[in-house]
Design a protein around this ligand. Sequence first.
Ligand code: PLP
Length: 354
Amino acid sequence: MRHNFGAGPCILPQEVFKQASQAVLDFKDGLSILEISHRTPEFEAVVSETVSLVKELLNVPSGYSVLLLQGGASMQFAMVPMNLLPEGKSAAYLDTGVWANKAIKEVKNFGTANVVASSKDSNYSFIPKNFEVPADSAYFHYTSNNTIYGTELFDLPAVNVPVVCDMSSDIMSRTIDVSKYDLIYAGAQKNIGPAGLTIVIVKDEILGKTGRSIPSMLDYRLHIEGGSMYNTPPVFSIYTAMLNLRWLKSKGGVAEMEKDNIAKARALYTEIDRNSLFKGTCAVEDRSRMNVCFVMENPDLEKPFLKYADENGFEGLKGHRSVGGFRASMYNALPITSVHALVELMQSFEEKYK
Ligand code: PLP
């Protein structure tokens, strides 16, 4: 099997894909998970177990709701200000990349986005640290992992306003203290399940304060009341997410994943720093554990390295077009043996070309 370093969508363990495919053929009495009614007790049990697993794995305190929505993280870019930003008010945003930028662009439909800091001028190669969030901001929004640029913000900045975080590409990869956040959202398709499902974890008491009329499908409160079943849910994505969260739990939960992810990141960054042909693209203290971006000292060697990787069974290493070079995405499902294999590949390439 090939080593899959792709950025997604949906990198899950093989055993989860197998179980999910079985349920497409026969979930209950020969009927597919895709055809049974989502109002059956069997499917309601799937929704309820998925929500419980998210709560358990992330240690979600009481007073928060876990929602299973659609529309991707991109829909949250608009839903967040629509539900949390009163007319004429301002929300603080940290600009750390393309996704943060897209979130910022949506705010103008509802109020003002105050960009408190940006690393755009250095192609988002670091996370800005020195900034102030005005005390009258409706909330502070940041992206915890910048999938394209390979930076990750591990410590929540000290702010005195409600905190909203886009955790699409590092949720479930490390422990977090949910009580420090007012709203967390994530497109499911990295560490949770197939695209089509979006997870939102929201502190109930922050809702209903904008005075704005909100279309039903975009109103968090209606989804809370409807138990994430206001309309037909993405049944396959939810079911597969449940299987994957069960897998994660069986592996010891998020804290164990975090240990693995630290070991995987350490192994690859150590090689990038040691190998004379490669170099990292981000500030060392902001290096992501999920998406490792690197280039070659001699750009002429990049195509030959990609070819060499392809011939030796490696998938998805080409960097995003806005950074170039390589991106090794190392979500929970990627075994450390694949990282060791990549390190060996880089070493043998060095032997050939140094
Ligand atoms: N935010 C981050 C950090 C992402 O990595 C992505 C997609 O990769 C998105 C938002 C957009 O997510 P979606 O495609 O679910 O709208």
